[in-house]
Design a protein around this ligand. Structure first.
Ligand SMILES: [Zn+2]
Length: 293
């Protein structure tokens, strides 16, 4: 499933062909993705200009001249392919293979920039909604989300407060979108390794009893920001280098320290641990039992 860095890389890939451009034609090739497409979907988009393309957690937000916001989510298997007069690009770095069959191009945007943007989603867990800009802050999908991990509001004090008294594992707490938005299995594992904290540690242990930040919380916030920034940088650079590719790009997986590396030596200097895979709340966790305490 795409996580925050992949979605941000997609946003950066779409920005140049969408921002300031008008939807000249919209093809909705089926009536539903995860949910039914909005009523009159194509008609409400056609003729509208994209004033800006933003992101909140894993949602892409296209601000339209009509006052609507097009809210898009990639789900499990969604991806965009951009075709324009200069060539082709598939913005976003994905760890898992993306859909190849054009039969799964469910929505196609034709933009006044000359770009044709196809949304491909074999498993159809993706979504597209149109929400009035004035109603956006009350939209349940967005209002339930915790702080943006790369935003200014996210810091050790806030994370500690959210974990105060929590009896769940640190892994489960960080995967909770209400605690911090946009992290999934991969980047939680990677951040915990960078912070040298065990995924099995109780979440409450990064806060004092009154909910103040401990040095663990400080370390963790720094690690989360670092791993996300590195992943976005890797996706962005490969996007520039592979303008015409139709394969996978933005392969931050080469930089994974623990994810999907069970049985390999821990990459931390001086550590002799072996990466282990365990299952927590139904998902694989990868960590080093020696240096992550
Ligand atoms: Zn280690």
């Amino acid at each position: 499933m795409p996580e925050l860095p992949e979605v941000e890389t997609v946003r950066r890939g779409l920005e140049p062909v969408m921002e300031g451009a008008r939807f000249t034609k919209v093809e909705a090739r089926r009536g539903d993705l995860r949910w039914p497409l909005p009523k009159d979907f194509a008609a409400r988009l056609e003729g509208q200009t994209v004033l800006g393309l933003g992101r909140r957690a894993k949602y892409l937000l296209a601000d339209l001249s009509s006052g609507d916001v097009l809210v898009m989510h990639l789900g499990m298997s969604g991806s965009f392919q951009v075709t324009h007069p200069d060539g082709q690009a598939m913005p976003g770095g994905y760890y898992h293979a993306r859909g190849e069959s054009r039969a799964h191009d469910h929505v196609v945007f034709h933009m006044s920039s000359g770009a044709r943007i196809a949304f491909n989603d074999p498993r159809r867990f993706g979504s597209m909604k149109l929400i009035a800009r004035s109603a956006l802050e009350h939209e349940p999908l967005l209002s339930a989300l915790g702080p943006e991990p790369l935003g200014n509001a996210f810091d050790a004090a806030l994370l500690a407060q959210a974990c105060k008294g929590k009896q769940t594992s640190l892994k489960a707490a960080l995967s909770d979108q209400k605690v911090v938005a946009g992290l999934g299995n991969i980047y939680v594992c990677e951040a915990l390794h960078r912070a040298a904290l065990s995924p099995r540690r109780r979440a409450s242990t990064i806060a004092t009893r009154s909910g103040a930040a401990t040095p663990y919380a400080e370390r963790l916030v720094e690690a989360i920001r670092d791993v996300l920034r590195d992943a976005i940088a890797a996706g962005g650079s490969s996007l520039r280098d592979h303008r015409r590719t139709d394969g996978e790009i933005g392969l931050f997986q080469h930089n994974f320290r623990v994810y999907d590396r069970a049985g390999e030596p821990c990459p931390r200097r001086g550590c002799r641990g072996i990466i282990r895979r365990i299952v927590q709340t139904g998902r694989s966790t990868f960590y080093c039992p020696v240096c992550q305490r």
